[in-house]
Every structure is written in structure tokens, then in C-alpha cells.
Design a protein around this ligand. Structure first.
Ligand code: FBP
Length: 696
């Protein structure tokens, strides 16, 4: 393509170059921000002090499989006596340290690297930091680069994992473990750092066990926007309140959701349905709800916690137990949502914002049963055939065929089978797109890939169907502002007080008038007017009345949004920048003091920065058995939203206020745009703040 005359000259213009450069002034000042450092790191040397008073219920499998790290304890990073020569010498030893990002990106990862680098260089300028490329594959395939000061400064305080990239491979076979060990040995590594979520820290524990006798230390770092890596001891004492990345992602989502609240309350036209990431746990949805006061925020853990007392009572009276009384069905959930929508419409707000956590379906019994059954079937298939279910049955019809055959075999032999005719029939009642979702390939850690399921479509499909029924029954109606009604009728020369009682079911003092349920069409409207002696059979409905009626008929219009990858790639908040930089320093303290199989953490994140306490947490005692790929596996326990936590209880108590099914303004909260103030205490996760207040 030929370049238009003169464009080269424009491109050479220094102003144009400045304007179009990828290095803008904001970026420069952002990179320049020096994250605050916990006081203990001012010390030339730190040491680890075992902390008593924490109780862990240790799983027998963890004892059996991780004997070399199972006795690890909680360790606090403390100021050491620099005059202690022995300690100082081993602390300042020249080291080669490897680091890998594992799983999805989370804002703040680069600062973990910067923290380790700065701490390591302070102890010994000859220490080298190596970054494995593309996640755990980089370890298996020995692809690593030395991380230089220049490269690290380029990424300081910036989001994503761009510096060395990431990947989801799990080091889960003896072969991958051998290759990884060879890589670490060939690079002469003293330590390997795994920055990841529950599964990656699980991997870190197994590597710590395997590499123990080679003298290669392995340290984990709690990363994931999902916020489900939180650590408490068995008595509930908080050791790690949240993983890094959660705050930044939640703030990014909240910004978008808040903008939608503003838009929705301006043109009053749409319900915005916002699915937010978080895998199983609803922490992100809860934080977004608290940040924005969206009209409806569904919380999966709350849905599972629902108990239908009426059913229990009925069953008790009949001398039986009704197990279906525990947890909500999908149908019930859609009814709850519809009720909220109908109530808002009744006060003229046929619009709003709803937040749905991407993993909500996992908390609905009937779906959970399908997820477990299909997980088991696919896991069993792969195991028995030593092949891959998804490659053998690439399209939905093939998969359905296989399931049909299982159900048939069960019918014919009546042998026990996870899949019977009833399962098959129920499954075939589900729309195709959702069947595909339920049959999706699990990720490398055996997790259900919620972000790929159209959760919102499943929930909203039922909501729309039920709203139509409510509309036909005359229950879902737009409330008409009394003043508006009066003005229209007076302008048409009619007496509002004569027509009002015939048209509306609440023509008393209500600010919003609701057309009677029996008036569901122009035909029934005409009949009502004739019955009320307000018109004759051969007359046309007065245009003013018709206008009011038409206004009362709601159109349910939605816009759907998915917030996930955008938040993962957002610029870290100051909280995450400072948190991760200190995590980096904590990692180095753990390494320099000989720890392995520990996860770096900062205690008291929920409190002021001056109270933050860098610690090492023992990973093995935190592990338990969980279903993965249809089998039980030892993994770091995921933390779900605690429905008894102050943060959740506050959100629940304010639900009605935020729904704002009353005349007047909504209660939307506009979160401040993310910016650095130089004080990390200025902007912290609301969930943490509330839990802290509630704990006092
Ligand atoms: P991590 O747990 O690895 O940090 O990833 C979290 C997450 O962002 C989830 O919220 C989401 O369900 C998933 O990753 C999406 O995975 P993918 O990047 O493979 O699409």
C-alpha cells in the first residue's frame, strides 16, 4: 500500500512521536512508584521464628505423601542480629533462584519478582533470578531467562504476567517431575518459586517433597483473582486473608459494573446482567456487590445454604425427611430473581444491574450432581481406555451417544452405574449449549471450566420464561407514576379519579399505580371499562387510557457482560502492588533461612499497613482430599464465601436497600477510580475491612 504524501513527515514530527509512543507519562510515573516495605525488611538480615498457637487438622494422605514437609510450622519473618556471623553468611550466600507463574494472570505478579530481586540483590548482588517461560512448561522444557534489573523495572507496578508469561500445565506425572528436577539441577537452582493458586501451590508442595534431598527449596506464593486462596487454622485464626490480584480484579470489575449502574439508571431501559469470574467461589461477586451496590448480587454459597423450612415442616409432619429442602433449585433461583425484577418494575424501574458469579451453577444441587457424575464418567473413561474422552467423542452428539449407551447398559444389566435412564432423560431436557458446557473438557488440574459456560444464559433463560408467565398472569407490570397518569388524563379531558379505581389495583395513596392483574390486554381493558360503565361496547378505548395501559406493559430487555479476563489484566491497585512487593521480600527471607514447602504470606492484610506481618505458611498441613477428574486428589483447600462472615452478612442485610424496589433513587455506590495515593490503607478490599470490623 502506498503511503500518502507527507505522512512520513508527520510521523517524524517529535510531537506526533510523543503522542503515539507506547510510553506515556502515566506509565512512567506508575513505574516509578516505589511500593512501601514492611519494617522488618529494613533489617540487613532476617530470620524465621516458629509461631505457636496455630492448629491444623492434618490429612492422613498428606502425612503419607508429603512426609518431608508435613512437620512445617507457621514462621514469622523477624529482624535478625546481623552480627550473628553464621546466620549472616548463609543468608548472604550467592544463590540461583528460579520463578514460575502458574495458572491465570493476576495483577501484581511482576512486583513479586521485583520484591524477590531487590531482596536477593541486597543480600548478595551476585545472586541470580531466573524466570521460567510460559508457566510450568518452562520448567519441564528447560526454558528460562535471567531476569535483569532493567527488565524488572520495565514491568514494576504493571499488570499481567507478560515478563515471563504463564501457563496451566500441571507437573503431575513422574516423567514431568523428573524433567523438572533435571531442569532445576542443570540451572544449578537453590530454590524454585511457584506463583499460583490452590492447584499450583499443591504442585509446589509436591515439588518441595520431591526436590527435598537435592537441596532445592520450593516456595509458593498465593495468587489468584478468585480470592479463594485464603488461609485460616483449624480454629479460624486468619493467616492469609486473600490472595493477590483479587483486589485489583474486583476494583476493575466494580468500575465497569458501576458505570452500568449509572447508565441503567439514566435511560431506564435495560437490565444489565454481569457475569463475573471467580471459578467456584463467589468472592469477586461479593466484593463487586459491596463496591457498587448493584441491585442484585447472587452468591453461590448463599444459594447452597438456602433451607426451605416449609418443606422440612411438611416432611416432618408426614414422618419423612425431604432432602430437596436444602439448597435452591435452578427454578427456585429464577423465581427469586423474577420476584426482584417484578418488584422494581412496580415502581417504574424496569431496569437494573445484576451480578452473577460465574460458578453459581456449581452450588445448585441438580447441576452439581451432573458435574460430579460427568466428571466421574470422563475420568473413568480416560483411565480405562488410556485415551482422551474429548478426542474420542469430539462433538456433542457423540458424547450424548456415549451417555445414552451407558444408560442403556444400566437398563439391561441393572448393574450399578453413575449414569442411568433418569439422568439421561434429565440431561436431554437441558438446552444444547448448556449440555456442551457441562461436558466441557476439564482444565489440566481437573477443574470445571466455569468461565467457558454461559452461566448467565442458563439463569436468564429461566428468568425470561418465568417473567413471560408472570406477564401473562398480569403480575409483571410497570408501575405508572400517579402524577404522569393524572397529567395524561387531564390533558385528554378525562377525570383521573373516575378511571383510576377501575384501572388500578392500588388507586389509594401509592406513588406508583399498578394496573389490575385482570387487565392483561386491550381486550380485557375494554371489558373492564365497559363493566365500570366508563365506555360502551361500540366505542374505541380513549387514547389517553390506551397510552397508560401500553406504558404498563413491561418489555424485559437485557444486555449481558462478562467481566473476567479484563480484570485479570488490569493495572494492580496500590494494595496489590505493595502486597506483592512484600510477598517477594518474604519469599526471599524464607529461602535465605532454608525453608521449603512453605507459602509466603502477609498476615493482617485486613488491618493497617503498619500491622502487616510477613510469614511463611506450611502448605502440606493445609491440604485435603478433593474430587478432581472423577477421583480424589490431595490439594490445597479452596476457600469459599463464608455465609456467616460479617462481609456476607452485611451484604445480605443491605440486599433490600440495594434492590431499591421503592420509588426514588437507587443506592448505587460509585467506587473511586483506581489511583495511587502513596498510602496503601486508602483503598483495601471491602470484604476484608468488614470481616475485620466484624471480628472485633
Ligand atoms: P487462577 O485460579 O489460575 O488464578 O485463574 C482464575 C481464573 O481467572 C478463573 O476466575 C477463571 O474461571 C479461570 O481462571 C479462567 O481460566 P482460563 O484462563 O483457562 O480461561
Amino acid at each position: 500500500m502506498s503511503v500518502p504524501n507527507g505522512i512520513e513527515a508527520i510521523l517524524c514530527n517529535p510531537d506526533v512521536q510523543k503522542i503515539t509512543s507506547k510510553i506515556n507519562p502515566e506509565l512512567v510515573s506508575h513505574r516509578r512508584m516505589a511500593p512501601a516495605l514492611c519494617g522488618v525488611f529494613a533489617s540487613p538480615v532476617t530470620r524465621l521464628q516458629e509461631k505457636d498457637g496455630f492448629v491444623f487438622e492434618i490429612d492422613n494422605d498428606a502425612r503419607r505423601l508429603l512426609p518431608k514437609i508435613i512437620r512445617n510450622k507457621v514462621q514469622a519473618v523477624e529482624i535478625a542480629d546481623a552480627a550473628d556471623e553464621k546466620l549472616s553468611e548463609s543468608y548472604r550466600k550467592r544463590r540461583r533462584i528460579g520463578i514460575v507463574f502458574s495458572g491465570g494472570p493476576a495483577p501484581g505478579g511482576h512486583n513479586v519478582i521485583a520484591g524477590i530481586f531487590d531482596a536477593a540483590k541486597k543480600a548478595n548482588p551476585d545472586t541470580q533470578l531466573w524466570g521460567f517461560l510460559m508457566g510450568p512448561d518452562g520448567i519441564i522444557e528447560n526454558r528460562a531467562v535471567e531476569l535483569t534489573e532493567e527488565r524488572i523495572r520495565q514491568y514494576l507496578n504493571l499488570g499481567g504476567f507478560g515478563m515471563i508469561k504463564t501457563g496451566r500445565t500441571k507437573i503431575d506425572t513422574p516423567k514431568k517431575m523428573v524433567l523438572s528436577r533435571e531442569t532445576c539441577k542443570s540451572l544449578g537452582l537453590n530454590a524454585l518459586i511457584v506463583v499460583g493458586g490452590d492447584d499450583s501451590n499443591t504442585n509446589a508442595a509436591f515439588m518441595a517433597q520431591e526436590f527435598h534431598d537435592d537441596g532445592i527449596q520450593v516456595i509458593g506464593v498465593p495468587k489468584t483473582i478468585d480470592g479463594d486462596v485464603q488461609v485460616r487454622d483449624a480454629t479460624g485464626k486468619v493467616l492469609c486473608a486473600i490472595s493477590f490480584g483479587f483486589h485489583s480484579a474486583a476494583r476493575a470489575f466494580a468500575q465497569e459494573v458501576s458505570n452500568l449502574c449509572t447508565d441503567s439508571s439514566s435511560d431506564m431501559k435495560y437490565w444489565h446482567i454481569c457475569k463475573v469470574m471467580g471459578r467456584s467461589a463467589s468472592h469477586l461477586a461479593l466484593e463487586v456487590g459491596l463496591q457498587t451496590h448493584a441491585n442484585i448480587t447472587l452468591i453461590g454459597e448463599d444459594v447452597a445454604d438456602y433451607v426451605d423450612h416449609k418443606r422440612i415442616e411438611a416432611a416432618e409432619n408426614a414422618g419423612t425427611v425431604d432432602y430437596t429442602a436444602f439448597g435452591m433449585t435452578l427454578r427456585h433461583l429464577s423465581r427469586v430473581v423474577c420476584d426482584a425484577i417484578v418488584r422494581r418494575a412496580a415502581v417504574g424501574k424496569n431496569c437494573g444491574v445484576m451480578v452473577i458469579p460465574e460458578g453459581i451453577l456449581e452450588f445448585i444441587n441438580e447441576i452439581q450432581v451432573f458435574i460430579i457424575k460427568l466428571n466421574t464418567i470422563i475420568g473413568e473413561y480416560n483411565h480405562t481406555h488410556d485415551t482422551d474422552f474429548h478426542s474420542d467423542f469430539p462433538v456433542l452428539e457423540d458424547k450424548r451417544d456415549y451417555l445414552r449407551r451407558l444408560a442403556k447398559a444400566h437398563r439391561e444389566t441393572s448393574d450399578f452405574s453413575v449414569w442411568n435412564t433418569r439422568d439421561d432423560d434429565l440431561f436431554n431436557d437441558i438446552p444444547d449449549f448448556f449440555q456442551e458446557g457441562l461436558l466441557l473438557e476439564r482444565d489440566s488440574h481437573g477443574n470445571f471450566q466455569f468461565s467457558l459456560v454461559e452461566t448467565d444464559k442458563v439463569v436468564m433463560g429461566l428468568v425470561k420464561d418465568y417473567l413471560n408467565i408472570l406477564k401473562e398472569k398480569g403480575i409483571y407490570k410497570m408501575g405508572i407514576e400517579r402524577e404522569y397518569y393524572r397529567r395524561i388524563l387531564v390533558a385528554a379531558g378525562m377525570d383521573p379519579d373516575i378511571f383510576g379505581p377501575v384501572l388500578f389495583k392500588n388507586y389509594d395513596n401509592s406513588m406508583y399505580l399498578l394496573v389490575k392483574e385482570s387487565i392483561m390486554s386491550l381486550k380485557t381493558l375494554k371489558q373492564a371499562l365497559i363493566r365500570g360503565n366508563l365506555m360502551e361496547e361500540d366505542q374505541k378505548i380513549p387514547s389517553g387510557i390506551e397510552k397508560i395501559y401500553n406504558k404498563s406493559v413491561p418489555q424485559f430487555k437485557t444486555q449481558t457482560h462478562f467481566y473476567g479476563y479484563d480484570g485479570r489484566g488490569s493495572i494492580p491497585t496500590e494494595f496489590d502492588c505493595v502486597y506483592t512487593y512484600n510477598l517477594g521480600w518474604t519469599v526471599f527471607s524464607l529461602i535465605a533461612n532454608g525453608a521449603t514447602g512453605q507459602m509466603a504470606a502477609i498476615r493482617n492484610l485486613e488491618k493497617k499497613f503498619s500491622d502487616w506481618e510477613p510469614i511463611g505458611l506450611p502448605i502440606a498441613p493445609l491440604m485435603h482430599l478433593e474430587e478432581r477428574n472423577g477421583r480424589l486428589a490431595l490439594v490445597l483447600e479452596k476457600s469459599l464465601v463464608d455465609v456467616r462472615s460479617p462481609a456476607f452478612l452485611v451484604a445480605k442485610a443491605l440486599r433490600e436497600k440495594w434492590l431499591a424496589a421503592t420509588p426514588g433513587d437507587d443506592d448505587y455506590r460509585i467506587p473511586e477510580p483506581v489511583h495511587f495515593t502513596g498510602n496503601v490503607d486508602d483503598d483495601r478490599p471491602i470484604t476484608l475491612l468488614l470481616n475485620d470490623v466484624g471480628a472485633k
